[in-house]
Design a protein around this ligand. Structure first.
Ligand SMILES: Nc1ncnc2c1ncn2[C@@H]1O[C@H](COP(=O)(O)OP(=O)(O)OP(=O)(O)O)[C@@H](O)[C@H]1O
Length: 259
């Protein structure tokens, strides 16, 4: 396995508060990694640093992808997305008044390079691209059992399905790394079980790297190959699900609540 994302000595201060404190970690290609930790541990801040939503106070993030090695520091979120990092957010960010299919097509447009002139003058290549995008979107929606609801408005989908649609949108950009921020939040047990199966399937099918923040420990222990534990902004532990479950420091800081 090769290192796809390398994070070194990452720090983020908010005024006097150090939300992320000297974090060094890595993601291998085709790996499913979970980031866990108690409330306020700094997980979302770390995600936001890795995906360019906020800039680090110091430290470095480097992507060593198929197309070369790129430092991600000080890059804007859209530049990072173009390099193949895609994410979902804790709060659903769909276009609620648009259909399921249009939600996916909008996400996909960032990847297609059809020119302005071609789209205004409706060159044949414009229609070809549009047709190809639709076919690809429907194929993706089918994997997520959403192909029968392409014309449904996003706002009319049940909550768990909206979360699933968000994952489809993130995947439609063909990312190298998919960041899932609490994908099971607010789901009922049945929806969470479906999602668990889906995450495992997606990672296998798309051969991508996944970093997942999740509070649902049963989901984490079922899907993660490796786990990082964050506590008070610092990494407390790293290891396999089994190692993490047995780590006394982790049990004390986090799993203790549930043990
Ligand atoms: N923009 C900000 N300005 C000031 N403080 C912030 C900001 N964002 C986060 N923090 C603080 O940084 C710390 C880490 O927050 P963060 O949201 O990253 O934790 P978390 O592990 O994701 O928590 P949760 O599991 O509850 O979502 C918290 O003390 C939080 O209040």
């Amino acid at each position: 396995m090769s290192e796809l994302l390398k994070v070194d000595n990452l720090i983020k201060n908010f005024g006097g508060l150090t939300a992320v404190s000297d974090v060094t970690m890595h993601l291998n290609s085709n790996e499913l990694v979970a980031l866990i930790g108690p409330n306020g541990a700094g997980k979302t801040t770390l995600f936001n640093l890795l995906t360019g939503v906020i800039t680090p106070s110091s430290g470095s993030v480097v992507l060593a992808g198929k197309e070369g090695t790129f430092p991600l520091n000080n890059k804007k979120a859209y530049q990072i997305a173009k390099l193949g990092l895609s994410r979902t957010f804790q709060n659903i960010r769909l276009f609620k008044e648009m259909t399921v299919l249009d939600n996916v097509l909008i996400a996909m447009t960032s990847r297609y390079k059809e020119g302005f002139v071609s789209s205004i003058l409706r060159f044949p290549s414009y229609y070809r691209t549009e047709r190809e995008m639709k076919e690809e979107a429907i194929k993706l929606l089918k994997i997520f059992s959403l192909d029968q609801q392409t014309e449904t408005l996003a706002k009319n989908l049940p909550y768990g399905i909206q979360r699933r649609l968000e994952i489809v949108r993130a995947l439609s950009t063909k990312p190298q790394i998919l960041f899932l921020d609490e994908p099971a939040a607010g789901m009922n047990p049945e929806e969470t079980a479906d999602l668990t199966r889906l995450i495992i399937e997606v990672q296998k099918e798309f051969h991508i790297t996944v970093l997942l923040i999740e509070h649902d420990m049963s989901l984490v222990m079922q899907v993660a190959q490796r786990i990082y534990v964050l506590d008070h902004g610092s990494l407390l532990a790293e290891g396999s699900p089994k190692e993490i479950q047995q780590n006394p420091a982790v049990i004390k800081a986090y799993l203790g609540e549930e043990a």
